[in-house]
Design a protein around this ligand. Structure first.
Ligand SMILES: Nc1nc2c(ncn2[C@@H]2O[C@H](COP(=O)(O)OP(=O)(O)O)[C@@H](O)[C@H]2O)c(=O)[nH]1
Ligand SMILES: [Mg+2]
Length: 211
């Protein structure tokens, strides 16, 4: 096999790659809980602090590959430098794989999200969640925002908070018009069916385009 043959073979293999669905978010928002529900794997650790090493886990779920990313942003006990490296690694992974990523799931803690956003805004900085969302959409990756931990929010405040969350992502209210915003309580499995439906739609759309 000469160089050109090898190149074409590799290229073909790359193009045939299964679509990836990535899960990103701060630590403790419920990413592992979601991964566990989607994979059915009990060995996905929930509620544990990850080690300082960046570990990206890929799970082959047949139709697509689910990618579990380490949490970004502040984490108690984690040096600032490591925090920054994790973010850089996540950004690089998304950029390098963008052609194969059919959906980007951003999980947020609906209860603390707006406070965190406010704090960052006051400092004149772009919150990492917003940064990640913009990166995902700039790369033409279809977003899914999982507004998790809705059990911590009063029923009477639900729509107001979801509208404000939508606004933070530059999506004008009412939040309901944005099909990719899914309120959830993953601890109880609420919202899972909607998330699965959105993933299915995006994986199918990807297959239609990429064959
Ligand atoms: N109240 C509440 N807690 C949740 C929910 N989903 C996950 N958790 C809890 O949040 C903590 C962090 O979850 P985990 O999945 O490990 O988050 P990760 O750090 O983003 O992977 C765990 O104690 C979970 O049980 C939810 O919908 N509501
Ligand atoms: Mg986790």
């Amino acid at each position: 096999m000469d160089f050109l043959d090898r190149y074409l073979k590799l290229k073909k293999e790359k193009e045939k790659k299964k679509p990836k669905v990535i899960v990103v978010g701060r630590s403790n928002v419920g990413k592992s809980t979601l991964i566990r529900l989607l994979t059915g794997r009990k060995d996905v650790r929930v509620g544990k602090k990850p080690g300082v090493t960046l570990k990206i886990n890929e799970y082959d779920l047949g139709d697509y590959i689910l990618v579990d990313m380490p949490g970004f942003g502040y984490m108690a006990g984690l040096p600032k430098k490591v925090e920054e490296k994790i973010k850089d690694d996540i950004v690089r992974y998304i950029e390098e794989n963008s052609d194969n990523i059919s959906a980007g799931i951003l999980v947020i803690d609906s209860k603390s999200f707006l406070e965190i956003i406010k704090r960052w805004d006051e400092r004149g900085e772009i919150p990492i969640d917003i940064d990640m969302f913009n990166l995902i959409t700039d790369l033409k990756i279809s977003p899914i925002i999982v507004a998790n931990k809705m059990d911590k929010i009063k029923k009477s405040e639900r729509d107001k908070i979801l509208d404000n969350i939508a606004k933070a992502f530059n999506c004008s209210p009412p939040w309901k018009q944005w099909k990719f915003i899914v309120p959830a309580c993953l601890k109880k499995g609420d919202g899972l069916e909607e998330i699965k439906k959105l993933i299915r739609e995006r994986v199918e759309a990807y297959k239609k385009i990429r064959g």
